[in-house]
Design a protein around this ligand. Structure first.
Ligand code: BDR
Ligand code: CA
Length: 319
């Protein structure tokens, strides 16, 4: 496979950090730029974390741009209970000499898309505020976007609410704009995200490594702490957002169905991605309701061990 041109949109974020390291390491990912958005942490922290993780991965000169400080309509929400106050679980990384580019995320994304000689895949690992603003400001660039592959949503259970996944719940209007854009979309949601976990012994081996990137990856994985039934911390080892980048390079580890998907924008289910998995049309379609709902490729099952092995083997290429 020849390298795929990629723009990433992130809210770094423990697992966004794991995803960036994988993208830098994999030879089939041609990373053209990274845009940052408020989500797992406030925007300035997300930008700083992204720059420091590029250092940890030994990345070349990849443009990083600051984007939206909050969702389109909803208020910003705190996610420090998952990612820590600094978004990286308190992992101490050296100061960085990297700086964000002088233009904002929308401008950087637009310019990179226009400048690209071939189509570009956008990997969206965060609330999709930047992407919605891009598509509303420069709709003509949609023609350059091959597809938007996002970590977001769920065809089953939620995490932020019983039915809504965090990235979509954080900015439902933005997610709806992206789904309605006409650009092909691929949803790497909680149905697969929740299954790709590194065993504790492998995480400990990474933590004990003398190599910088391995050590950082180990510390990040060790921070993938979830909550047990009594709210006690439990080790999860999830690679999280990094699985969406695995999906770009190794889609055959997934069972995917092309299904109608829309975002619920109101009520207790606000932020839910409603995935229509019915075998037969129901009354709504018979009566012409929701007829405009677009189709999305939805990852429903994953060979989790294959992605764990793939992830670890790929970041082993880093120093
Ligand atoms: C998503 O929300 C964030 O906590 C993670 O970085 C991931 O993108 C999971 O719901
Ligand atoms: Ca994220």
């Amino acid at each position: 496979m020849s390298p795929v041109n990629v723009l990433m949109d992130v809210d770094t974020g423990v697992d966004d950090a794991l995803a960036i390291m994988f993208a830098v390491a994999h030879p089939e990912v041609n990373l053209l730029g990274i845009s940052c958005v408020a989500g797992n942490a406030a925007l300035p922290q997300v930008v700083l974390n992204t720059l420091k993780i590029l250092d940890a991965a030994g990345a070349g000169d990849i443009p990083v741009a600051a984007g939206a400080v909050r969702p389109l309509i909803a208020p910003a929400r705190d996610a420090s209970h998952v990612h820590g106050a600094d978004g990286l679980g308190g992992i101490v990384l050296p100061e960085t000499n990297r700086r964000p580019v002088g233009q904002g995320a929308v401008g950087m994304l637009r310019d990179r898309l226009v400048a690209s000689s071939g189509p570009v895949t956008i990997i969206a690992l965060a609330p999709q505020t930047n992407l919605a603003l891009l598509l509303r400001t420069h709709p003509e660039v949609a023609a350059k976007v091959e597809r938007i592959l996002s970590m977001g949503g769920s065809a089953s259970v939620g995490n932020a609410t019983p039915t809504a996944e965090f990235n979509v719940w954080h900015d439902p209007e933005a997610a709806a704009i992206v789904l309605d854009s006409g650009i092909p979309t691929f949803m790497y949601g909680l149905d697969v995200f929740n299954h790709v976990a590194v065993a504790r012994e492998q995480t400990e081996a990474l933590q004990a490594s003398s190599r910088r990137a391995q050590k950082v990856a180990g510390a990040l994985l060790a921070h993938r702490i979830g909550m047990g039934p009594g709210r006690e911390p439990v080790y999860t080892g999830l690679i999280g957002d990094a699985g969406a980048v695995c999906a770009l390079v190794d889609p055959d580890a997934l069972r995917v169905e092309r299904l109608p998907v829309f975002v619920e924008l109101a009520g207790a289910s606000r932020g839910q991605t409603v995935v229509d998995r019915r075998q037969f049309p129901g009354e709504d379609r018979m009566h012409g309701l929701h007829s405009a709902v677009g189709l999305t490729d939805v990852a429903l099952e994953v060979d989790a061990q294959r992605y764990v092995d793939f992830y670890l083997a790929t970041i082993a290429q880093l120093d």
